[in-house]
Ligand binder design. Structure first.
Ligand SMILES: *Cc1c(COP(=O)(O)O)cnc(C)c1O
Length: 365
């Protein structure tokens, strides 16, 4: 038997979360943001759950080819655009829409031979200072693009830096609005946090396309302020394993490297086939939650490369082979949001999902 660890990708939960995004922005179209590898889920595993989207937004041209190979005929948007002139040939061949965020991408388009008019998303840097034209340079970029025979359609896009936080988005929305007021074309501003928090009440934020990513993958964009339960989202990735060993501790016995945990009373612990080499964070705080046969318990001692030790007190029936949920959906309808483990590790659900190790067998259910 293979080592009992596995990751499950929940097709129905992906579809549910996507519907949740659509409900928050009912008159907008929805990009399923994939970036690369569907936030660690694997595009092949996630695809079935994401087919209700209006399009796929991704970064990697090879992945765009894979989405076409899976049978997707609708829009695909390259969020970072083309990296060199040859990429435009693939855009023409596979009908990929692409982001334009600097002048050289316009130069490449101007030199590109195609009889297929391209659909581009012109990106504005409205304050995040990552990709995009400044508001002052935006109109001339638009004018240049609109003069090219290679370009058939120009949509307008920006990205929000603080949709999940205290600073908020009003300054960026106002900047974008002012610099695009007289331009035609679809608008796109909102990531997950903006979709959930602002899109329902603010048509300007909703625009014509929303771009939810993390919410689709069952992590709350503003945890711990709001959890996935508060937002009506479901976990889409489960990391689960089994007990492969048991130990009975006496009071005063310690566990694992560095003896970081010492039992105050006699207790039973279980050894789980999962470690940091599987993508479980080594840096979690003591007491991080874990489900044992669906019962909430905690990690004791340090996370090692291939093993984790857990308190079996809440699950006295547990034995060799008992199911351990590290995050996601447990047995009997139980859940352990990935955000709780991420917080304990001082990071986000985004990073944990993306860090799921290659060696963990993954399948869609
Ligand atoms: C990552 C990304 C998104 C989605 O962000 P989430 O916080 O995951 O919803 C949307 N737009 C762009 C340009 C992105 O890079």
């Amino acid at each position: 038997m293979p080592r009992p660890i596995e990751a499950l990708i929940h097709t129905e939960a992906l579809a549910h979360n996507l519907r949740r995004a659509r409900a928050a922005a009912p008159d907008a179209k929805v990009w399923a943001v994939v970036k690369a590898n569907a936030y660690g889920h694997g595009i092949e595993h996630a695809y079935a759950g994401l087919q209700g989207a209006d399009g796929f937004a991704l970064l990697d041209l090879a992945e765009a080819e894979r989405v076409r190979a899976l049978g997707w005929r609708g829009p695909i948007l390259l969020l970072e655009g083309c990296f060199d002139a040859r990429d435009l040939e693939l855009c023409s061949r596979l009908n990929l829409w692409h982001t334009v965020h600097h002048d050289q991408q316009i130069d490449m388009l101007a030199a590109h031979k195609t009889h297929i008019g391209h659909h581009v998303f012109l990106k504005m840097n409205s304050g995040m200072n990552r990709l995009g034209f400044t508001p002052a340079a935006y109109y001339s970029a638009w004018l240049r693009l609109s003069g090219l025979t290679q370009v058939e359609n120009i949509s307008l896009m920006t990205h929000l830096s603080d949709a999940d936080g205290a600073r908020g988005i009003a300054h960026q929305v106002a900047t974008f609005e002012e610099a695009t007021r007289d331009l035609p074309g679809d608008r796109s501003l909102a990531n997950s946090a903006a979709t959930l928090r602002f899109a329902p009440n603010e048509p300007l934020v909703r625009g014509d396309w929303v771009r939810p990513g993390i919410m689709v993958y069952g992590s709350s964009p503003d945890f711990p302020e709001k959890s996935i339960v508060d937002w009506g989202l479901q976990p889409t990735m489960t990391l689960r394993s089994q007990l492969i060993g048991l130990q009975q501790l006496k009071a005063g016995d310690s566990v694992g490297y560095g003896s970081s945990f010492t039992a105050e009373l006699p207790m039973r612990i279980g050894i789980v086939a999962c470690g940091y080499a599987d993508g479980y964070p080594r840096v979690v705080q003591p007491g991080t939650p874990v489900l044992v046969n669906g019962a909430r318990s905690r990690i004791v001692g340090r996370v090692s490369m291939d093993m984790i030790t857990v308190d079996l007190t809440p699950a006295p029936e547990a034995g060799l082979g008992s199911e351990i949920t590290l995050w996601g959906q447990g047995p009997h309808g139980t859940t352990l949001p990935i955000d709780e483990i991420a917080q304990s590790a001082g990071t986000t659900g985004y990073e944990l999902m993306c860090a799921l190790a290659q060696r963990v067998p993954t399948r869609a259910v």
